[in-house]
Design a protein around this ligand. Sequence first.
Ligand code: PMP
Length: 437
Amino acid sequence: KISKPDISRAKSTELYNKAKTYFPGGVNSPVRAFKSVYGTPLFIKKGDGAYLWDADDNQFIDFCCSWGPLILGHNHPAIREKVIEVMQNGMSFGAPTALENELAELIISNNPFIEKIRFNSSGTEAVMSAIRLARGYTKRDKILKFEGCYHGHVDALLVKAGSGLVTFGETSSAGVPKAFADETIVVALNDKEALAKAFEDFKDQIAAVIMEPIPANNGLLLQHTEFLQYLREICTANGTLLIFDEVISGFRVGFAGAAGLYQIKPDIITYGKIIGGGLPVGAYGASAQIMSSVSPEGPVYQAGTLSGNPVAMAAGIAQLTELLKPGFYEDQNQRTKDFVNDIVEYASQRNYPLVISRVGSIFWLAFDTNAVIRKAEDIDPKSMDHFKKLHLELLNRGVYMGPSGYEVGFVSAAHTTAILDTAKQAIFESLDVVFSP
Ligand code: PMP
């Protein structure tokens, strides 16, 4: 099978060259630089529904969806109109507004896992604040995280595991003091023994375990419900708070996120992405009792100039209102399931080494294995070469995936069956190019 000719990237290349004079690596967030795939990054000028257009007027079906926030697709009219309406009255006051109450009410009254919430402006901020809250509440310092879970660029969480069952964190970024990383314990996912050993080794020292209950930043490493239940039990038994980082999974796999899906109650939940409808919002929530430790009620300080920003609240309100309509998740999840199943069937009939992990409307293309991958270390790095080739073929056929094989794809409400069928054809052809002899 032959590759399609490459799309034009003339304008994107020109913009990228200019951007490199302004920003480190030409970007304001690293993965955007297309370092793990072919060609210069595409500069986007417009999004509408399931589609993106780049500076060279190439059109794509978008499965990146701004890395997750756009569960309704790009430029959804309900969000756009609400945002414009609210903006007529000014954009920031640094004082409370009714919109904050409205978004909080939408979340809390439809989510049995949290009683109070605090809004801020990003997932990283939400996680950083949740960790401080857990430390303040438990009066302990250590944090346990899992290898392959990403929680934003919080100092103490930018650590990866070394070898061995349990290990102290080793920083994966320059500029993180060793003393900070030393407060972080890293354990492999889906490994009860390693978890139990960490709780033995650091008895009465672990303030919180933080986890993406649906790990979606290093492939999609779906966990056994039983492992999550075990995690809940061991945290409770040790007086350690369980933080579910639901920045991706929150409002994505269901309105009550992964906590709702698995019916496991964490002590603190962090949100981001979908909650802001495409504008910068993060949040953390917990029981009224735990949240009473947060300033000005309690001693854990946390603040923000733009926290609860009215325009961002408006976008969140409009988006979450759509998600609460009957059948929303069933429909989206079913469309994604059918889409994924057809691709898997196409690949398996031809013996292409492709498996797809999926939950709700999140999917991840994994190569080289037929087993379900549940741990970061089980991902064959060679599969990234397959992804790299596939990514180029897909772009040339009008399908945009996040530019790294470790990233998941998202299906939005705007991805109709007809659009998914078109995308599927492009994926079939691209798989043929990459895998057929
Ligand atoms: N937690 C998780 C699970 C995430 O996926 C991300 C971002 N991808 C973050 C935290 C950080 O969020 P932000 O990029 O908004 O700071």
